[in-house]
Design a protein around this ligand. Structure first.
Ligand code: SF4
Length: 248
């Protein structure tokens, strides 16, 4: 996957009603084109979210080349794998990114006091709400757009992910520049650009979240089958829109 030739940046009207046509415009154009145009437009008011998955690493690499001062943040739940933290440090060194850590402000001890031990084992929706959904909402309040690594091939629930959409839950533009990429595209990009990835991927974990809620997947299972295994839950909630969130 060589470096694509990019067209000069275009000025789009990034208002809510124009987002579907922007999304269609970029459907068959390089992800870098969409990213570049969005970074030019939103400047300091756009941020890239990462959980340190493979798509996130691709996006960090692209953003580091297009606009290196762009904020890259992650949700620190206090329950991430040490391997994930090691990847964060390697990426920092390799790409020069100073990651912004977004925390709930709720220590694990305080969570035990308020909700009992191992909240994830009996009410993972509440645990994700407290440690991910609320902190994210708070963090995005002064942003105009955010970027995620969602892809359509990751699970049935993500099959219709648009490239650009209005995020009604958080009240800003949401970009998923790699929505149309496959897992193979991602790995090819990592390989060609010699980028690091979470060593847990080599141990059967294609998708890595918090330690208590992530297990390795079996051959033939979808990429996110190891997340909240045994529960109907397939998303932590940060990518759910209000109607779905209410139904969850
Ligand atoms: Fe809690 Fe699990 Fe959600 Fe992490 S993924 S916030 S441990 S329920």
């Amino acid at each position: 996957m060589g470096k694509p030739t990019l067209l000069p940046a275009r000025t789009f009207n990034w208002t809510k009603e124009h987002l579907p046509s922007i999304s269609r415009y970029f459907e068959y154009r390089p992800a870098e084109q969409l990213l570049g145009d969005a970074l030019d437009n939103f400047g300091d008011e756009i941020a890239l979210a990462t959980g340190f998955g493979t798509s996130g690493v691709v996006l960090m690499h692209m953003v580091a080349q297009l606009r290196p001062q762009t904020t890259v943040f992650y949700l620190q739940t206090d329950l991430l794998f040490p391997e994930t933290m090691a990847l964060r440090d390697r990426l920092s060194e390799r790409l020069g990114i100073q990651f912004t850590e977004v925390h709930s402000g709720l220590s694990l001890e305080a969570q035990v006091e308020q909700h009992g031990p191992d909240l994830w084992a009996h009410n993972p929706d509440l645990c994700c709400h407290l440690r991910k959904v609320v902190p994210l909402r708070r963090y995005l309040i002064d942003k105009k757009a955010w970027i995620t690594g969602l892809r359509r091939d990751q699970s049935a629930a993500r099959a219709n992910t648009p490239l650009v959409a209005w995020d009604a839950a958080n009240g800003l533009v949401k970009l998923n520049p790699l929505a149309g990429w496959t897992g193979k595209d991602i790995w090819r990009y990592l390989y060609i650009n010699d980028l690091p990835y979470n060593e847990l991927h080599d141990r059967g974990y294609p998708s890595v979240g918090c330690q208590p809620c992530t297990r390795p997947v079996a051959r033939g299972e979808d990429e996110r089958a190891g997340r909240w295994a045994g529960w109907e839950k397939t998303e932590c909630g940060i990518h759910l829109q209000p109607l779905q969130a209410e139904a969850a």
